[in-house]
Design a protein around this ligand. Structure first.
Ligand SMILES: Nc1ncnc2c1ncn2[C@@H]1O[C@H](COP(=O)(O)OP(=O)(O)O)[C@@H](O)[C@H]1O
Ligand SMILES: [Mg+2]
Length: 271
């Protein structure tokens, strides 16, 4: 049952109240003939507006594939996705979402500030209009003030990933899609960035869809964790995380976090 639609976000279709991303019976098959791979079998899921939702599952189960369908990078073989009432293509054109990958894809010859400004240069020049963020403000949000003139090669892995996040935020997207953004970082850096990401999420009111294979990271960050089964992947289960709203570093080692991780592990084993 769909609730009555409110204001259309994109001029295409109608926005369903409270739903940021509607994934409806999505299946993805790669290739044909004997080499055919059914990556996602049948995924249906509503991501609520303002929610922090994580997809988790074994390597190769289709997490990135599902995120790419949402991001309009690949088309589903079956089913459909709607983003704030419109198609993924319309959402991409309207810059309703940004994406962050595991490897920070920065231009090596451009300064930190120019890398953050990049979204205003590609795809139609000056789009730094009224609703965009000042690139310096984006750098402040990720605590990189003072590094605007540095080159990517002068930064640590964690700092480079912060630049990627600033670049994703600079268009003020309503949705942030993150595919294992901290997967290549060491644990201490990852912990610090987890806390920062939660702060940014709260300040911005964005919807975040996050992918990880770390159970601890999934539980620590999320309001809901969606468990994907092995290929061909289905949505096997959903964990409603029962942890306080305020989550600081100390929670990483707390027994209540451990209990949520154990519940999640049981769901993964059953899926
Ligand atoms: N472009 C592609 N062509 C063929 N197979 C692909 C392609 N992308 C992903 N796959 C396959 O689909 C499955 C899911 O991949 P992926 O979504 O990357 O998994 P995950 O992100 O969960 O590790 C894997 O078996 C992978 O090899
Ligand atoms: Mg992946």
């Amino acid at each position: 049952m769909r609730a009555t639609a409110v204001a259309p976000a994109t001029g295409q279709g109608q926005e369903t109240a409270g739903v940021a991303i509607g994934i409806d019976n999505v299946a993805v098959t790669f290739g044909g003939g004997a080499g055919k791979i059914r990556a996602i079998d049948n995924a249906t899921l509503d991501v609520r507006e303002g929610e922090f939702l994580t997809l988790i599952g074994h390597s190769g189960c289709g997490k990135s594939t599902l995120l790419r369908v949402v991001a309009d990078i690949i088309d589903p073989t079956e089913g459909s996705v709607s983003i704030l009432g419109g198609s993924p293509a319309a959402a991409r054109k309207a810059r309703l979402f940004s994406m962050v990958f595991q490897q920070s894809v920065l231009l090596p010859w451009a300064t930190v500030l120019d890398n953050v400004r990049l979204p205003f240069r590609v795809g139609g020049g000056v789009r730094g209009g009224a609703d965009a963020m000042d690139p310096m403000e984006a750098l402040r949000l990720v605590q990189l003030e003072g590094f605007e003139k540095a080159l990517p090669s002068e930064l640590s892995g964690g700092m480079r990933q912060r630049v990627s996040i600033a670049r994703a935020l600079v268009t003020r997207p309503r949705i942030l899609l993150m595919d294992e953004p901290f997967g290549a970082l060491d644990e201490l850096v990852r912990d610090a960035l987890n806390v920062e990401l939660l702060r940014i999420w709260k300040q911005s009111g964005m919807t975040i869809v996050f992918v990880t294979h770390s159970l601890h990271e999934a539980v620590f960050l999320s309001q809901r964790v969606v468990v994907m089964s092995r290929r061909p992947s289905r949505i096997a289960d959903i964990l409603e995380v029962e942890l306080p709203e305020e989550r600081g570093l100390e929670l990483k080692d707390a027994p209540e976090l451990g209990r949520q991780v154990a519940r999640l592990r049981a769901m993964l084993d059953a899926g």
